[in-house]
Design a protein. Structure first.
Length: 178
């Protein structure tokens, strides 16, 4: 799937990947959804997230936390408060540490609650995307607070690309259950 470069494509890809992810989750029994990831998953790739996330809930909460990064960032900057996308002290080199903090926060959150929260935050992100014009989302420099990347690039990364990432992890989990 090509990376969205228009508002229409962004909405289509974000909702499409989200629906695809939920259909994948729904193929799993409740026991499989609540199962701890096999130890082999921790070494499935070089990236830190393979060892970080221990179950489906961790993956869903990660997506929820990134939705709120986007929502909070856009709201603050739209209200005239200059706020970077990644909260201090994090930057694009250190954001894996931030992801570990995201992982630590909700360890007592049940999977059922994580599912509800993620569905709500996806709706909120989609409403946010709807509120911007195509140019505000994808024209470089349209919003001075987005820096060198257009707002739409952040939205793609937080939605469709992140859902694709989640599906890869879920598929490895399903494969290891067999």
């Amino acid at each position: 799937m090509a990376r969205a470069t228009t508002k229409t494509d962004l909405i289509t890809s974000a909702n499409g990947q989200f629906d695809k992810m939920w259909k994948l989750i729904e193929t799993m029994s409740e026991e499989q959804q609540n199962a701890t990831f096999a130890e082999e998953i921790a070494t499935a790739g070089k990236e830190a997230h393979w060892g970080r996330d221990k179950n489906l809930r961790d993956v869903l909460v990660h997506l929820y936390e990134w939705h709120h990064l986007l929502l909070d960032w856009v709201q603050a900057n739209s209200n005239g408060e200059h706020k970077p996308f990644l909260p201090e002290p994090y930057n694009w080199r250190t954001y894996p540490t931030m992801n570990v903090e995201f992982w630590k926060k909700p360890q007592s959150t049940p999977l059922t609650e994580a599912k509800v929260k993620l569905k709500e935050s996806h709706k909120d992100v989609m409403a946010l995307i709807e509120s911007f014009s195509n140019d505000e989302l994808f024209a470089k420099g349209a919003l001075d607070w987005t820096g060198t990347s257009p707002l739409g690039a952040y939205c793609v990364s937080t939605t469709a690309s992140h859902y694709d990432w989640a599906m890869k992890k879920i598929k490895v989990h399903i494969k290891n259950l067999k």
